[in-house]
Write a protein that binds this ligand. Structure first.
Ligand SMILES: [Fe+2]
Length: 192
């Protein structure tokens, strides 16, 4: 069995209670531009990737969160790795599942199909596949109305997808999100 490896590193997401200061800092230091922003989330990039950074504003998302709850802490929320294809993502899913390692959140972000895993320390990571063929299309989606209406995404059941894939549903049907609601809650490895 050949193990699946990521194709590249994708992005990093930080939780912050200094949202505006952080936004300014990444624009200055990385010459990053804002791809999409709402009161709770901002996505920035410095190259042709649709986002290299995202910021989650805890003052909006966890206004009453205590510092003892992991999801309320400032710092890294997750890092993302890009896989070469949907087949790779799901082959990796099955290989890890056989080792007792399961994702805690499967969500179609629109711009990516993603599975989130946590390491033994609870560090969260996203394994993603690009939904679009080109960065131009991905960027257009990121800045467009569908993403603005639901910037988090729609959850999916990987077991259901595997059944449909094996029944012959083309990969493109999964990559291009057909439904854009309901918006998924942002899930964490600790379930908070
Ligand atoms: Fe992400």
């Amino acid at each position: 069995m050949t193990r699946i490896r990521p194709q590249k590193f994708g992005h990093i997401v930080y939780r912050t209670r200094r949202f505006d200061q952080m936004l300014g800092w990444y624009q200055i230091v990385f010459d990053a531009r804002v791809q999409y922003q709402n009161p709770a989330l901002a996505f920035l990039t410095y190259d042709d990737e649709h986002h290299r950074f995202a910021l989650a504003d805890l003052d909006v998302l966890q206004p009453d969160g205590s510092e003892t709850e992991k999801q309320s802490l400032i710092g890294v929320d997750h890092v993302a790795y890009t896989y070469a294809s949907l087949e790779d993502l799901f082959e990796n899913y099955e290989q890890l599942k056989a080792k007792g390692i399961d994702p805690y959140w499967c969500v179609h972000h629109g711009v990516t199909v993603s599975m989130y895993y946590a390491d033994p320390d609870g560090n969260q990571m996203e394994f993603q596949v690009e939904a679009f063929d080109s960065s131009e299309e991905a960027n257009a989606f990121m800045c467009g109305p569908i993403n603005a209406a639901n910037p988090v995404g729609v959850e999916y059941d990987p077991e259901d997808w595997l059944v449909r894939m094996r029944a012959g549903t083309p990969v493109s049907d999964f990559l291009m999100r057909q439904i854009h609601e309901p918006a998924s809650p942002i899930r964490g490895a600790l379930g908070k």
